[in-house]
Design a protein around this ligand. Structure first.
Ligand SMILES: Nc1ncnc2c1ncn2[C@@H]1O[C@H](COP(=O)(O)OP(=O)(O)OP(=O)(O)O)[C@@H](O)[C@H]1O
Length: 275
């Protein structure tokens, strides 16, 4: 059952947008899987154009937060906003009601995600992996979509792989295709879920460097989940330590990794270092 508030959204209370990209706002978001309460009235904000990394123990709910933003999961309570518009809800007669498919489809267009396991379409070559969404969802012509795809494949260093099938590429190359595919939809928000954890160690740095460059050169709002603390430091303006359904502590990477103030953060970082 959805328990979203029945009031006007307080758009005036939201922070001003610093870039063309929208911010992300979780307001008392609850998510349960059966008896397992994964998010407990979770509140947090990612400012427009900000790069934020979520860290925290395995199974604590970080991926669930990204999946809620991708509308792959539905919240059991609270409101999620992207920019000044609710994602999980829509406005009707001055009230918030659960979003319908049309609203979700519109909102989803703003958001791209790169997954741990690449999730490329295995039956399509690289070019079609990149052009399918822009043609089908954004209504681009085949030529426009191919032009965009070619530019992005060059950017990720795979200009010569357009006709290959994903299964013939290395994990690092597949992840580069997945990054290019996400960008081909020209999202304003980019979600990164453990994007290097399925890669062989020698391929990790290349993909991380690519994402760091994208983060620095674009005005995308980025929400990243990673166990790679160097990458988190490199890519983030701010780090959120998440545990037991709530944000435990937040701050700039130097503070969280250098002088964490919460015991739970210290324990987590020590466990990561030891692993
Ligand atoms: N579809 C689902 N059905 C039931 N339980 C689920 C489902 N998806 C996630 N969970 C549970 O929700 C909790 C949070 O999972 P989630 O994958 O979000 O954690 P995480 O912090 O991303 O973990 P990791 O760092 O290991 O990827 C876990 O207890 C998980 O078992």
């Amino acid at each position: 059952m959805d328990k979203g508030p029945q009031s006007e959204p307080a758009a005036a209370d939201l922070p001003p947008q610093r870039s063309g990209a929208p911010g992300i706002h979780f307001e008392k978001v609850v998510k349960r899987f059966g008896d397992n309460v994964v998010l407990r009235e979770l509140d947090f904000t990612v400012e427009p154009g900000e790069r934020v990394t979520l860290i925290g123990p395995s199974g604590s709910g970080k991926t669930t937060i990204l999946r809620l933003l991708m509308t792959l999961e539905k919240a059991d309570g609270g409101v999620i906003r992207v920019g000044d518009r609710p994602l999980s809800h829509m406005e009707k007669n001055g009230k918030l009601v659960p979003a319908n498919e049309k609203h979700l489809h519109e909102m989803r267009k703003q958001i791209g995600m790169v997954f741990q396991q690449f999730n490329l379409f295995p039956n399509m070559n690289v070019m079609r992996n990149l052009t399918e969404g822009p043609i089908r969802v954004l209504g681009l012509s085949k030529e426009e979509a191919r032009e965009r795809a070619t530019r992005l494949l060059d950017m990720v260093g795979l200009g010569d792989k357009a006709e290959e099938h994903p299964t013939r590429l290395s994990g690092g190359q597949q992840q580069r295709v997945a990054i290019a595919r996400a960008l081909a939809m020209e999202p304003k928000v980019l979600l990164l879920d453990e994007v290097t954890s399925a890669l062989d160690p020698e391929l990790v740095v290349g993909v991380q460097d690519l994402l760091r460059d994208i983060a620095r050169q674009s005005d995308l709002t980025i929400l990243c989940v990673t166990h790679e603390m160097h990458f988190a430091k490199d890519i983030s303006d701010r780090v959120l330590m998440f545990d037991q359904g709530q944000i435990v502590e937040e701050g700039p990477p130097d503070q969280i990794f250098g002088e964490p103030s919460e015991q739970r953060t210290r324990d987590f970082l020590q466990a990561v270092l030891a692993s």
